[in-house]
Structures are given as C-alpha cells and as structure tokens.
Design a protein around this ligand. Structure first.
Ligand SMILES: Nc1ncnc2c1ncn2[C@@H]1O[C@H](COP(=O)(O)OP(=O)(O)OP(=O)(O)O)[C@@H](O)[C@H]1O
Length: 437
C-alpha cells in the first residue's frame, strides 16, 4: 500500500481527539424524513465532516495507546492506518465557497420548526449504558482549535425546503457521500482484522484469554464502529434518494420494522445454515409467538443480525446436545412481547445450557467452544452480517453492542443440564443517545 501517514496528519488527529463526540439518537436520525432538501443534507454533511473525524481520531489515539505491545501488532497497525487515512480523506475534502447570502440561508431556522421537532433534537441518556462505560478518552480535554464546541454542532437542522440551492451544495453532498462510501468499504474488514491482531498478540505473549482491559477496549472499539457505520450508512442512504422508494424508510431506518417478518426470516436463515453445517435433512424446529402487526422504528439490519446470531447459537446447542442423528429435536421457542418501554424477544432452547462458571466468558471476545476457530483472513468475511455457523466467539458480545447502541440490551440465563433463555430487549422510545466514546 502506498498511503503513508505524515507527522502533520498525526498532529491534526491528536488535535481532533481532544474534542468529545456528540451523540445522536434514532429519533434524530429519522427527523430528516424521506427526502431531505439539498440544504438540510448539506448541514448534515457539515456536521459529519467534523463529527466523523473526531470519532476516527479517538480510535487512532486509542489504538496507539493499547497496552502490553498490542499496539505493535501488524493487524492493529493496519487498522490504525485505515482510521487515519479515512480521517485524512474527510478533513481534506474541498468545501464549497459560499456567499454570505447562502450561508445565512443555511443557518436561518426553518419556519416550520415546531416545539415537537425541537424536543426531537434532544437526545436522552441511554438506559443501557452506565455513566462513562464507553468513555475511553482521558485525553479528551477541550482543545482550543477551530472546531466548534459539541453543543454548537447539531446533527439535524431543518433548512428551508426550496430547490434553488446553488449547484456547489449538491456537488459537495455527492462528493461527501462518495467519500463516505469509500471509507465504509475500507472499514469492512475491521472486526476480523482487529480479531487477527488479538490472535497475533495472544500467540506472541502466550496468553489464553484476554484480560478486562482488552475486553473493555474491544467493547468500546466495536461500539464506536457501530456508531460510525450507522452515521455513514444513514448519510449515504439519505443522499442517494434514487434507492429510497419505500415511504417507511428514512435512510437505513425503517419506521415500521415488522418484528414477526424479521424473526421468520432469521429463523429460516439460521435453520438453513444449521442444516448445511451439520448435513441435516431438517434442522431443529423453531416456534414463533409474535403479534403479526408489531411494528416499531428500528434498523432492520441490526435486528436481523441479533436474531440470527442468537438463533444460530440455540440450534447449534440443540443439535450438539441431542446428537446429529436424532430425528426429532426439542423445539426452540421465540416469544415476542410488546411493552410500553421495550419490545422483548425471548429465545428459549433446550440445548443443555451453559455452566454458571462459563457465563461471564460467553461475553468475552474470542471465547468459543468451537474447537478450530475458522481462518481469520481479513478478506474472508467482508460483509457485516454474514457469519458461519460458529467459531469466532463474537456472536454474543457484538449482538449485545447492537442492542445497547439504541438503548436495548441482551441478557442470557441458563439452566445447566436443560437449556438457555436469551432475552433481547429493544428500547422502543428511541430517543436515547448513542453510547459515546
Ligand atoms: N443457546 C446456547 N446454548 C448453549 N451454549 C451457548 C448458547 N449460546 C452461546 N453459547 C456458548 O457461548 C459461546 C460463545 O457464543 P458466541 O455466539 O459469542 O460465539 P460462537 O457462536 O462460538 O461464535 P460466532 O462468533 O461465530 O458466533 C459458544 O461457543 C457456546 O459455547
């Protein structure tokens, strides 16, 4: 690779890392509506052109400060370079020079700003996150640079809907979105490459398990990645309006995500992977109890991922406990309940459960009871949501991060010798802020 980071770039990154990230809630993300105007999109691009570099800069710094030689591992350095390069691409993207009239129009409050929309711009505390849990920046003192204070930057600002914005605005939005696309693709392999870095380190240091320090680093790092990808994915989808024909979608968020449809699809996929993996004619059955019209605002991709991962675990446990040549397996039950605050999905299997002493381990990255961890070639699994039957020990911890990201949670209760219940709580109030880093 020819890209090299300069000292000047590293200084700029250090400067940005002195600013705190600004949390955005699911509700704020949907305020754009189906088709935001060029001006509104431009304001969001401006916000992201500061916010994303801040978040990327925190990660670059954190990767350099990893303890015990982990920061020196080739795969970790590779990931750090990706973050630095993406930082550079966003911060050096030429911005249009705008007349005072246009600048005034962009910052003037829209006439139709209602009390409701002002309330929506506030993000509330994320109920699934302890104060400071994902805070990783002891160095985050406010610098004196030219970045605006977090409170002065707003993700969503309605700008008048007029269509007569100068073409430079539209061009910038397009170029910005293309840059984000390129960055998103560059970072596709981050999870597997960091995992590779941890393996390199474990091998070199002869460690069996990762300690708390590294576990919480990975939690913060992957949580931050979910946030960055959410903002990027949302912005690309909002900019590319040609794809957005479905009125229930705002970007990648579906305002009427149907839980039953997604659960049915996840069950089918998990059973298919299970049949394929064990060479079964018919995978263990799954019974779904869910009101047919249960819709709520969510990112369908996230929900599918969490359901698929937990179902796969249950089916694997059922097959391995009862033996592959069994004709009739006990049925796994998926029950969906609708509360005022949460939608909860319980997945109950009779897969023999997990010994109590192993419960804390299931939340650690790289813990798996699969004997041979599949090859960790970073190019092997480029997509976010594709996974083999099992083997990296990432399924549960990453799914819990997805749940917590929007104020939900994932809990597991086991009866050793019988089975496991997984509770997936999805917060439906959707005003909670992202867990920030
Ligand atoms: N429903 C379950 N019943 C019994 N054991 C389970 C169940 N769910 C998870 N486990 C145990 O927890 C371990 C970790 O699960 P996790 O989903 O994090 O990783 P994995 O399934 O091994 O690999 P992958 O990263 O591919 O998901 C599993 O290897 C398994 O031993």
């Amino acid at each position: 690779m020819s890209w090299k980071k300069s000292d000047k770039l590293m200084d700029t990154i250090k400067h940005y890392s002195g600013f705190p990230a600004t949390g955005v809630s699911l509700r704020q993300m949907v305020q754009f509506g189906e088709s935001p105007s060029t001006g509104t999109l431009f304001r969001a691009s401006q916000f992201l052109s500061e916010e994303l570099p801040i978040r990327l800069a925190h990660r670059v710094q954190e990767l350099s400060n990893l303890p015990d030689g982990l920061n020196e591992m080739p795969s970790i350095k590779r990931v750090q370079d990706w973050y630095a390069q993406s930082f550079e691409e966003i911060t050096t993207l030429p911005r249009p020079i705008l007349s005072k009239e246009i600048r005034d129009r962009l910052t003037a409050p829209a006439r139709h700003q209602t009390k409701q929309s002002r309330i929506l711009t506030e993000a509330t505390h994320n109920p699934s996150v302890r104060e400071g849990q994902y805070t990783s920046s002891p160095w985050a003192t406010n610098g004196n640079g030219d970045l605006k204070k977090a409170s002065a930057r707003r993700y969503f600002a309605t700008v008048e809907d007029s269509t007569d914005w100068p073409p430079e605005l539209h061009d910038y939005n397009q170029r910005f979105s293309q840059t984000l696309n390129q960055i998103k693709r560059r970072h596709d392999g981050v999870v597997t490459t960091v995992a590779q870095g941890i393996l390199e380190w474990k091998r070199r240091r002869q460690r069996m398990q990762i300690d708390n320090n590294i576990q919480s680093f990975l939690d913060r790092f992957y949580m931050s990645r979910i946030g960055i990808r959410m903002l990027i994915g949302q912005h690309i989808a909002l900019t590319d309006q040609s794809h957005n024909k479905d009125p229930t979608y705002v970007g990648i968020i579906c305002t009427k995500t149907n839980v039953r449809d997604l659960a049915e699809e996840a069950i089918e996929n998990a059973r298919f992977v299970c049949e394929d993996h064990y060479g079964l004619f018919d995978a263990p059955k799954v019974q779904l109890v869910c009101p047919p019209n249960l819709n709520f605002m969510y990112v369908p991709g996230h929900l599918s991922h969490m359901l698929f991962e937990t179902l796969k675990n249950s089916l694997r446990a059922v097959v391995e406990t009862h033996g592959q040549d069994k004709e009739d397996f006990p049925v796994t039950k998926v029950v969906v309940a609708e509360g005022k605050e949460d939608i909860t999905i319980k997945i109950s299997d009779e897969g023999g459960g997990i010994p109590r002493s192993a419960i804390p381990l299931v939340w650690t990255y790289m813990y798996t009871t699969v004997d041979a961890t599949p090859s960790l070639d970073p190019d092997f699994d480029k997509s976010d949501f594709k996974a083999p039957m099992a083997g990296f020990g990432y399924g549960l911890p990453i799914s819990r991060l997805y749940a917590r990201y929007f104020g939900g949670d994932l809990k597991l209760i086991s009866m050793e010798g019988y089975g496991t219940d997984v509770y997936l709580h999805l917060n439906r109030l959707s005003s909670s802020s992202e867990p920030l880093q």
